[in-house]
Design a protein around this ligand. Structure first.
Ligand code: UDP
Ligand code: MG
Length: 325
């Protein structure tokens, strides 16, 4: 009897969540009607919401019919979507596991098709979704997103698909592979790609959020993209050393020119602009390279502390001594 786990990280989704659960319930019912041996579980991760999301989740637990039993966990504060996804995958018991957003931007109506592909085609371990367009998104954000994909794909061995969502249905073996990557600085798009396995991509039209607001600001996205780059390529470090080597050679040539010129023609006091230019250029370059190294060092520092990815405050899976799992 195949079990499908649907994992949903929720941060301030009190309005969208009921809409999403309704839609998912009818999709699950339709899938169950078609293949009666299918069963489902819904795993909701409340990522430190400051609105009534947790209350909504608690209420849901009793109301969704038996077809879609709800299990949930609630973090002690906001740990970010990545931590939410990880917690959901860890709780999931399914043979197939899907990660979805709570805001209907990952349409539940795609699930039957995704499951159909995995059920009938053994070559695939994952069906992933990508947006065909970015309609409804601010143009400046789309521009930077496209730039990001272009840059990271040039730099990293891991493939990053433009428009890829975190919405995907995976077989258990792929989920286990993702869970085996316990790194602190998580970047799901890279992790899903890094673990390998055959992925079937399906494209769909972008859908706007059902309710509420996105939790991502421009800066949080920028920070997230730097996490992606630092997490999946060390190319900037290599570039830093190449730039360092290049400028050392230039400096050496310059030094020779200056010395020979001074010996041959004496040392007229001039050349302030060129001296300043060189100092400024090299000073700037030094800081840039230090900054790049600092990024990697900071990530290394955070990884070595090996802190938990999230702290659970409450959970539906409490053990007998009341400790949330
Ligand atoms: N989310 C989360 N923690 C956060 C931010 C977002 O769990 O700190 C969840 C959010 O509730 C939603 C999903 O991640 O289910 C995607 O978030 P959002 O819709 O804000 O992102 P966007 O679709 O704009 O990329
Ligand atoms: Mg969204």
């Amino acid at each position: 009897m195949p079990l499908i786990s649907v994992c949903v990280p929720c941060h301030n989704e009190q309005e969208s969540l009921p809409i999403f659960v309704d839609a998912l319930t009818s999709v699950a019912a339709a899938m169950h009607a078609e293949s009666p041996d299918l069963s489902f579980e819904l795993i909701l991760v409340d990522d430190g919401s400051t609105d009534k999301t947790l209350e909504v989740i608690r209420d849901l637990q009793g109301t969704t019919d038996l077809l879609l039993p709800v299990r949930w966990t609630s973090f002690s504060r906001n740990f970010g979507k990545e931590a939410g996804i990880f917690a959901g995958l860890k709780m999931a018991k399914g043979d197939y596991v899907t990660t979805m957003d709570a805001d209907m931007q990952d349409p539940p109506s795609l699930l039957p098709r995704m499951y159909g592909i995995l059920a009938h085609d053994d070559t695939y371990d994952c069906v992933a979704t990508r947006r065909m367009n970015r309609a409804g998104e601010p143009p400046i954000r789309s521009f930077f997103a496209r730039m990001f994909y272009r840059i990271i794909n040039k730099m990293s061995q891991t493939e990053f698909v433009d428009g890829a969502r975190d919405f995907r249905l995976m077989r258990r073996r792929m989920v286990n592979a993702v869970l085996s990557m316990g790194e602190y600085n998580r970047f799901s798009k890279g992790i899903f790609s890094w673990v390998g396995f055959e992925t079937c991509w399906i494209a769909y039209e972008n859908v706007e959020r059902a309710a509420g607001n996105t939790s991502w600001s421009f800066w949080s996205l920028l920070k997230y993209s730097i996490d992606g780059i630092v997490g999946f390529t060390t190319a900037p470090l290599a570039w830093a050393s190449v730039a360092g080597a290049f400028f050392s050679v230039v400096a050496l040539v310059f030094l020779l020119v200056v010395v020979i010129r001074a010996l041959a023609f004496g040392d007229p006091v001039s050349g302030w602009p060129s001296t300043m230019s060189v100092i400024l250029l090299l000073g700037g370059l030094n800081l840039l390279v230090l900054g790049i190294m600092g990024q990697y060092l900071a990530k290394t520092y955070l990884e070595t502390k090996a802190r938990p990815l999230y702290i659970v405050k409450e959970s539906s899976d409490e053990t007998s001594d009341g400790v949330p799992q």
